[in-house]
Design a protein around this ligand. Structure first.
Ligand code: IPE
Ligand code: IPE
Ligand code: MG
Length: 239
């Protein structure tokens, strides 16, 4: 009997980790407690992802729009981010995880940036899997930054305008060597992209869950992967 060929485990999963605020609110806790619990979910999810055979995990940690939040929340988030990276460094070394960060460096507090750069440097030679943190990241900013760097090269006579095509633009994005996500997950019931990986998600499968990010874990990830495997990706073509 011919059986439908099922898809492999997605090599690259991207996640919009949403719902920390509502998680805290439901418990009568300050918002930052939701973000702290979200940090624990990151560790749990990354561990499960590697065990399930995922090799790239991109996590949306802070968007270019998140600066609109209160200065208090922004600085608490930045501090928490640096601390979470610090706390997970031994674990990343143990698991052979290479840390990458995509987004604009501008406006990131110096102490957070120092911790990130230290972790990037420390994990540089790791090859088992890749954790990509989107920080001060915006999909439109990424495309605009690529356009600016291409325009600069054209003006300098390094490339000619006629050679500007999709492949060239892709090479000017923040992480040109990383394959596009196979699966994008958003938690907390919201169904929008919120400026996440606009270029890279063009043919990504989408999966949404009501689960709030701090409650997310292995079983949610397994569910998302099982759903993904049952899908048919066509990329615009037909057999
Ligand atoms: C996601 O949780 C974390 C960040 C955006 C940094 P939220 O803080 O957006 O949580 P909700 O959406 O208010 O519940
Ligand atoms: C998207 O979540 C950004 C991150 C998860 C870092 P938001 O909570 O900021 O998105 P909106 O405001 O609901 O679109
Ligand atoms: Mg939110």
């Amino acid at each position: 009997m011919a059986s439908a060929k099922s898809l492999e485990v997605p090599a690259h999963i991207a996640i919009i980790m949403d719902g920390n605020g509502r998680w805290a609110e439901q418990r009568g806790l300050p918002k930052i407690e939701g973000h702290k619990a979200g940090g624990k979910a990151v560790r749990r999810t990354a561990e499960a992802a590697w065990e399930l055979g995922v090799t790239f995990l991109t996590l949306y940690a802070f968007s270019t729009e998140n600066w609109r939040r209160s200065p208090r929340e922004v600085s608490a988030l930045m501090r928490l981010l640096g601390d979470t990276i610090d706390d997970n460094l031994d674990d990343m070394m143990e698991k052979g995880t290479k840390l990458r960060v995509i987004g604009r460096k501008s406006r990131i507090p110096r102490s957070t940036l120092a911790k990130i750069e230290h972790a990037i440097e420390t994990t540089r030679a790791n090859t088992n899997n890749n954790l990509v943190v989107a920080l001060n990241y915006g999909g439109r900013a990424e495309i605009a930054d690529a356009a600016q760097s291409i325009a600069t090269e054209v003006a300098a006579g390094k490339i000619s305008a006629i050679n500007v095509n999709e492949a060239l633009i892709a090479r000017h994005l923040y992480a040109p060597d990383i394959p596009d996500p196979d699966l994008m997950i958003r938690t907390s019931g919201e169904k929008r992209l919120s400026n996440f990986l606009l270029w890279e998600l063009s043919y990504t499968e989408l999966w949404f869950t009501e689960t709030l990010w701090p409650d997310f874990g292995r079983s949610d990830l397994e569910q998302a992967i099982a759903d993904f495997k049952a899908r048919q990706r066509r990329f615009g073509g037909r057999k």
